[in-house]
Design a protein around this ligand. Structure first.
Ligand SMILES: [Zn+2]
Ligand SMILES: [Zn+2]
Length: 253
């Protein structure tokens, strides 16, 4: 499985591309405001994306959705003129209230009567995330979600290949450090993406210090953890903490 890091910047941000990543260049996790720019930089085409996961409804994670869907809508209008045309279907996973949130932001972004809104609801299957349920996708990847400790309702992500029960990859999404995250870090995944936007101990986001203190000692020898969700180019160098590099691919097998 290939994980492409599209950005590492959180809400407070001094010019970094916003946090998002892609699994095998077809499952997109989060759609921040600059998602089109980040996808273009990594060469991932909108038409390659078969599923989108919205981990939670904070602007740095989903305000780019109208731009992405509008561009898919326009591409579909153009392709519809071709003789052989296969319609693209997209599955969007997100927290409860997904349909209303999407309708709201699509309406705000252009106009409530714009034709891209009914097109989106016709061409996208919306799936409200149920924590602990394993979703098996056509692409041969399964996804499973757990609650993170964040307001609003937020889901961490685990992903594996269809022929294996163990996850290869897990991401905390935005979260405070809490012992309820331990099963995620004990899941046996080989690559982790971890919120690191907090400072010290007990902040509303996990901090580099908490990762080094609570998480790194638990990981098995062949596991790799990448810190993400930062406000400026990372400079924290302690305990061997590694930060994710935007527009980079990380392979896990
Ligand atoms: Zn965030
Ligand atoms: Zn958040």
């Amino acid at each position: 499985m290939k994980i492409t890091v599209l950005g590492i910047g959180g809400f407070r941000n001094e010019g970094l591309s916003f946090n998002a990543y892609c699994l095998d260049r077809k499952i997109l996790v989060d759609t921040p405001p600059d998602i089109l720019q980040s996808l273009a930089k990594t060469g991932i085409k909108l038409t390659d994306i078969s599923a989108i996961v919205l981990t939670h409804f904070h602007g740095d994670h989903y305000f780019g959705l109208p731009f992405l869907l509008f561009n898919l809508y326009m591409e579909a209008q153009e392709r519809a003129k071709e003789a052989v045309y296969q319609e693209q279907r997209l599955t969007i996973f997100g927290p409860p209230g997904l349909e209303q949130k999407i309708r709201q932001i699509l309406s705000l972004a252009i106009h409530p009567d714009h034709a891209y809104i009914p097109w989106c609801f016709e061409h996208c299957e919306l799936v409200e995330i149920s924590a602990g349920f394993r979703y098996r996708l056509d692409s041969g990847i399964w996804l499973e979600f757990r609650h993170s400790v964040h307001s609003p309702e937020t889901f961490s992500v685990m992903a594996g290949l269809a022929d294996s029960e163990k996850p290869l990859f897990a991401a905390t999404s935005d979260t405070k450090w809490d012992v309820s995250l331990l099963p995620l870090f004990d899941s046996g995944a080989k690559l982790f993406l971890c919120d690191s936007n907090g400072r010290g101990f007990g902040d509303v986001h996990m901090s580099p210090e908490e990762i080094v203190h609570f998480v790194l000692p638990r990981l098995s020898g062949n596991a790799r953890l990448l810190a993400t969700h930062v406000s400026r180019t990372p400079s924290f160098q302690a305990g061997g903490l590694e930060f994710a590099v935007p527009f980079s691919d990380y392979q896990v097998d």
